[in-house]
Design a protein. Structure first.
Length: 181
C-alpha cells in the first residue's frame, strides 16, 4: 500500500529484521524523513522501494567519549548520593556501569551503543559487573554500587589508556570516598 501512495517516496526495513536477526521479541522500526534525508545511517537498513540518499553513518562511540561520559555520570552519582537523591543516584550509577560495559564492548569488538553488545561480552567481565547493579535505594547500597561501578570504570580506562588511568585514579578515589561518607 505504501508503494502505491504518491505521498510516500521510499521505504526501508531497519533494525534486526533488516539483517536477518528478527525474533518474536523484535519490534517494527518506523522512521519518517523528508525525501532529501531518506537513507541509511546504520548497517541495519534495507531499502524496500524508492531511492535512498547517501548519508553519513551515525558515528560509533569512541573510547574518549565513553570515558568522558562515564566520568560525568560518576560526578553526578557522587553529588546525587550526597544530596540524598536516591533515584537520581541510581540512574547515575547505572550510567557509570553502562559506560564501563560500552568501553568493554569497544575493547572486545562488539557493538558499544545502546547495550547491543553487552550480552556478547565475556562472562567473567559481566559477572564482575553484576555487583555494580543497585540493589535498593538505601544510601549504603547506593554507595556500595557506586564504588564498584567507579572501580570498574578505572579498570576499563586502564585497558584503553594506561596513562589516563594514572591521572584519574586519585580524583576518582576521592569521588568514591566522598560518595561513601
Amino acid at each position: 500500500m505504501a508503494e502505491t501512495d504518491e505521498r510516500i517516496t521510499g521505504a526501508a526495513l531497519t533494525g534486526s529484521a533488516a539483517v536477518g536477526r528478527e525474533d518474536r521479541w523484535s519490534d517494527i522500526d518506523l522512521a519518517f524523513w523528508p525525501a532529501a534525508e531518506f537513507g541509511a545511517t546504520a548497517p541495519t537498513f534495507r531499502l524496500l522501494f524508492g531511492t535512498a540518499n547517501e548519508r553519513p553513518p551515525t558515528s560509533a562511540p569512541t573510547a574518549v567519549g565513553l570515558i568522558g561520559m562515564g566520568w560525568l555520570y560518576a560526578l553526578h552519582a557522587r553529588s546525587s548520593i550526597a544530596r540524598g537523591r536516591p533515584w537520581q543516584a541510581e540512574y547515575m550509577i547505572s550510567g557509570v556501569r553502562d559506560h564501563v560495559m560500552a568501553l568493554a564492548g569497544l575493547r572486545h569488538g562488539v557493538p558499544a551503543s545502546e547495550g547491543r553488545g553487552m550480552d556478547s561480552l565475556p562472562a567473567d567481565l559481566t559477572a564482575g559487573l553484576t555487583t555494580a547493579l543497585v540493589g535498593s535505594l538505601d544510601i549504603a547500597e547506593l554507595r556500595r554500587a557506586f564504588r564498584v561501578a567507579g572501580e570498574a570504570l578505572l579498570v576499563e580506562v586502564g585497558h584503553v589508556y594506561a596513562g589516563l588511568v594514572n591521572r584519574l585514579a586519585g580524583p576518582l578515589a576521592m569521588l568514591l570516598q566522598t560518595g561513601t561518607n
